[in-house]
Design a binder for this molecule. Structure first.
Ligand SMILES: Cc1cc2nc3c(=O)[nH]c(=O)nc-3n(C[C@H](O)[C@H](O)[C@H](O)COP(=O)(O)OP(=O)(O)OC[C@H]3O[C@@H](n4cnc5c(N)ncnc54)[C@H](O)[C@@H]3O)c2cc1C
Length: 420
């Protein structure tokens, strides 16, 4: 590859990079994806697989307050449709990734009569989402838990096996004639060589491109470290459990993934082969495997009334948290673009951001992209932000445990603005 020139070079083969590469290649551009490891090595291959067509910490009305009504309306509408677009893409490209578009549930400890539900339904529907309220009996029938009185259901959400999906995206891109260079690390930030060419110093030599997409998100290293520094890098650990052969049929019977609204969020996805995925935000970097296992087994027992033996797999990843909970579309130089700030909910979001990044490098007018373009800025005091958010999560975890020991169900502290 040394000295090779492309129309577009994409750094990072996750959902963002591969979606952007796919759409740029479809427009007839010559595209290469430079990936330090292999497709899916970052968050895209190691996430929980919940396809959720909303932002995580902010609602559609918060987006309007931040970006103005017109921009927010276009953003919210496209994000609301992103899950359906993703599942259609999976079907069209024949990607085998355990894809199920059967809805995503967000339970809360509020009674169905609580006015908060009507507010949540209204804002989601105004944004274009197909949202409904699922009450206790139906929730029990769907998920096998009696712990929550009601849940918001976004019917266009669902689940995928994220690594299989990301690999499928890479295959779809290469079928268009695109190139994925695995084991190709960007060593230094992309630098403009001439007015029209950007130079990329990589572990496989110099690569040149007219336009560059930085798709390394919160997992950038070496020459992509500056993008990661724009967010608070928040660790999330995930684990898989074998469910008991008898007495666990009720657990997520309909394979609808759910994540509750708690700051110390409880979330579960039924995997193929009678297995369950769950996870948590570690409140310290020194948590042992045993401590994580004990906490997660306690949650499974509390939510589903099922006893499991120890975890079979444990892994972790980093999500990019922005102080206001909004994604950031970034311009690094005249011809270098990227984005970050999924705030832990980035499958559907990366899919639309990748599309918009492809539009940008194909010279679409900037006004056609709903997210405001901004210059890269390092997050302020990221370690302090992470420390503070962890303290809040730890406090909620202790409160939950105290209530559960007394047999009570505590109210969740809503996840909104854990860092503010
Ligand atoms: C544990 C976990 C669970 C999550 N669960 C969910 C979920 O259930 N639902 C949801 O919607 N979102 C979830 N997310 C968020 C979601 O996974 C991400 O928002 C999304 O995958 C980001 O994709 P990406 O392509 O932008 O970045 P990534 O997938 O992180 O890709 C970045 C790529 O860049 C590469 N790279 C880095 N530096 C360099 C370099 N110098 N040179 C070349 N390549 C480089 C990396 O190897 C990596 O492959 C989760 C995230 C984590 C970590």
């Amino acid at each position: 590859m040394d000295g090779e020139t492309f129309d577009v070079a994409v750094v990072g083969a996750g959902i963002t990079g591969l979606t952007a590469a796919f759409h740029a290649a479809r427009r007839g551009l010559r595209v290469a994806v430079l990936e330090a490891g292999e497709a899916g090595a970052g968050a895209s291959g190691r996430n929980s697989g919940f396809v959720i067509p909303t932002l995580s910490r902010v609602g559609p009305d918060d987006v309007a307050r931040a970006w103005g009504d017109a921009r927010a309306a276009r953003f919210n509408a496209q994000l609301s449709g992103a899950a359906t677009a993703l599942f259609e893409f999976i079907r069209a490209e024949g990607i085998v990734c355990d894809a199920r578009q059967n809805g995503w549930l967000q339970p809360d400890r509020l009674e169905p009569s609580d006015g908060v539900w009507q507010h949540r339904l209204r804002t989601q529907r105004q944004a274009g989402a197909d949202a409904r309220l699922v009450e206790r009996d139906e929730l029990h029938a769907l998920c096998g838990t009696a712990r929550y009185p009601a849940a918001l259901c976004l019917t266009e959400g669902g689940q995928i096996d994220p690594l299989a999906f990301t690999r499928g995206l890479a295959a779809a891109f290469t079928r268009l004639g695109g190139t994925v260079l695995n084991g190709c690390r960007l060593l230094a930030p992309a630098a403009e060589q001439t007015k029209v060419l950007v130079g990329l110093d990589t572990s496989l030599g110099m690569v040149f491109a007219r336009r560059v997409i930085m798709a390394t998100n919160a997992n950038g290293h070496d020459g992509a470290r500056n993008l990661t520094a724009a967010t608070l890098p928040f660790a999330l650990v995930l684990a898989a459990y074998d469910l008991p052969v008898c007495g666990a049929d009720h657990v997520l019977r309909t394979h609808q993934p759910f994540s509750d609204v708690g700051r110390d969020m409880a979330f579960f996805r039924r995997l193929q082969g009678n297995r369950l995925l769950t996870g948590m935000f570690p409140t310290s970097t020194r948590l042992s495997r045993e401590a994580i296992d004990a906490e997660l087994q306690r949650r499974i027992g509390h939510v589903f009334g099922v006893e499991t033996t120890g975890l079979t797999d444990l892994w972790a990843g980093r999500v990019g948290v922005t102080p206001r909970g909004l994604p950031q579309l970034l311009q690094f130089g005249p011809n270098v673009f990227g984005w970050t700030g999924c705030n832990g909910r980035g499958i559907a979001l990366s899919f639309v951001m990748g599309h918009w990044l492809a539009d940008l490098v194909a010279d679409a007018p900037i006004e056609s992209i709903p997210v405001p373009l901004q210059a890269l800025k390092a997050a302020r005091a990221p370690q302090l932000g992470v420390w503070f958010a962890r303290r809040l999560i730890a406090a909620e975890r202790r409160r939950r445990e105290r209530h559960e020991r007394r047999g009570a169900t505590p109210a969740c502290t809503v996840l909104h603005y854990p860092l503010d």
